[in-house]
Design a protein around this ligand. Structure first.
Ligand SMILES: [Fe+2]
Length: 175
């Protein structure tokens, strides 16, 4: 006869209740900010992958300059996804982390199927950095109003990087 599975173990203790998140930001604001950060995460990851793709596939007389520049840029973007995802977790929500979710959430398109010419790659990345900046900027008033300083700080840092990188890339296209 099989042993009864319902017998309580003498050493078992009730698991402690998980305390509710109480950091001074309302549940509604935490949810809205987490949603905005999920979009920022998707945008950042998509731009990371496009930049790494261009690092692999760039050709032409500017190969060395662009190959090296794209490496610095994709490394920065790769390092940025973690703090964004972990801020979502700190607000009590789950971070998206699949290509399907990123595809639904991102405001910028996936990398082109065929590698464009070198300067067209630069143009795609200018638009990409500007799109991520718009996503970060759109969320800022909500984070500010909710008193969510860590998110506001993160958004400020990301805006600085994206606007500076867009300027540097744009300068390559100017005479
Ligand atoms: Fe490489």
């Amino acid at each position: 006869m099989a042993k009864a599975k319902t017998a309580a173990k003498p050493t078992s203790r009730p698991s402690p209740a998980v305390p509710r998140i109480n950091i001074g930001i309302s549940e509604k604001d935490r949810a809205s900010i987490a949603q905005g950060l999920a979009r920022l995460l998707a945008d950042t990851y998509t731009l990371y992958l496009t930049t790494h793709n261009f690092h692999w596939n760039v050709t032409g007389p500017m190969f060395n300059t662009l190959h090296t520049m794209f490496m610095a840029q994709y490394t920065e973007l790769w390092n940025a996804v973690d703090p964004i995802a972990e801020r979502i977790r700190s607000l009590g929500h789950t971070a998206p982390g699949s290509y399907a979710q990123f595809g639904r959430l991102a405001s910028l398109p996936d990398a082109p199927a065929e590698p464009p010419r070198a300067l067209e790659m630069v143009g795609v990345l200018v638009s990409g950095h500007e799109a991520v900046a718009r996503t970060a900027r759109e969320l800022f008033p909500l984070a500010d109003k909710a008193g969510d300083e860590p998110t506001a700080d993160l958004l400020t840092q990301r805006l600085t990087v994206h606007e500076q990188t867009a300027w540097m890339l744009r300068s390559l296209l100017e005479d």
